[in-house]
Design a binder for this molecule. Structure first.
Ligand code: HEC
Ligand code: HEC
Length: 226
């Protein structure tokens, strides 16, 4: 009898092992629920500043979050909620980057919230002063989207002037176009997949490489008057 039970158990275990993993992992462990928002509200700027110094974030992101290397992104003036979510996603592996994963390995939630709060108060990098890219096709994507491709306008989530929206919608201005193109390409190819509801993957997937480049140029130049 015991033998039989063992056999049944073995069959079951084998079956479990052979079953394909059901369902996808969540794109992020972060939800902007009450405890998370409370944590962000109670974050401490001075602690965040001290920790940024101790952790030497400036080595790549510049003294106050503005980097002099287009490979490393600017982090000054990002919303604290977006910033915190990215650190959590790097730590949990939902946003895959070896260099950032190492940076946040030993941080707890409070420390990540403190860093986010401090950098959110830093002055973002100024946009370029080059001729604004007012190509009508780009303006169409920015302000109206394209219903034929089920594309919502960038401004509906990122703000009329790319200043960022609520919670996890970051600003698009004050970034190097190189970083913009890299991260959009990662969304397009599914290599960056930490966006809740796939909002950016579905957006980037529908855009051509040329459109991504034009949008990068648009958001990094002086924006045209509306
Ligand atoms: C060794 C270089 C390096 C160091 C040191 C570093 N970072 Fe980064 N960081 C990067 C790179 C490269 C990226 C872009 C990675 C990617 O594409 O996902 C990045 C991305 C980020 C982002 C996401 C920005 C966005 O717009 O989504 C945040 C937030 C961030 N870093 C915060 C920090 C903080 C806080 C520290 C210090 C604790 C830090 N970084 C230290 C290299 C670094
Ligand atoms: C439905 C809302 C929505 C729309 C529409 C949308 N975005 Fe986003 N976008 C987001 C969210 C949310 C994130 C952050 C995802 C995450 O959690 O990492 C994001 C992230 C980004 C990033 C990465 C920023 C960074 O610092 O790493 C870029 C670049 C971007 N969006 C560009 C665009 C452009 C260009 C358009 C229009 C073609 C657009 N988005 C349309 C919601 C949206």
């Amino acid at each position: 009898m015991e033998h039989m039970m063992m056999r049944i158990l073995a069959v079951f275990t084998g079956m479990t092992l052979l079953l394909p993993v059901a369902g996808a992992e969540p794109s992020s462990q972060v939800a902007f629920d009450v405890p998370t928002v409370q944590l962000l509200r109670a974050a401490d700027l001075a602690r965040g500043e001290a920790l940024a110094r101790e952790k030497k974030c400036a080595k790549c992101h510049g003294e106050a979050g503005v980097s002099d290397d287009a490979e490393d992104t600017n982090i000054a003036g990002l919303r604290a909620s977006y910033f915190y979510k990215q650190l959590k996603d790097y730590q949990g592996g939902q946003r895959d980057n070896r260099s950032m994963k190492k940076q946040v390995r030993d941080l707890d939630d409070q420390q990540m919230a403190d860093l986010a709060a401090w950098y959110a108060t830093r002055e973002p990098a100024p946009n370029g002063t080059g001729t604004a890219n007012a190509d009508p096709a780009v303006l169409e994507l920015v302000y109206r989207g394209d219903p034929t491709r089920l594309l919502k306008s960038c401004s509906s989530c990122h703000g009329r002037r790319g200043e960022g929206g609520q919670f996890d919608s970051p600003p698009l201005t004050g970034q190097y176009p190189e970083y913009f193109i890299t991260t959009m390409t990662e969304f397009k190819e599914g290599d960056r997949a930490n966006d809740i509801y796939g909002r950016m993957r579905t957006t980037a997937e529908a855009l051509t490489v040329e459109e991504i480049e034009a949008l990068a140029a648009y958001y990094s130049a002086a924006l045209p008057e509306e």
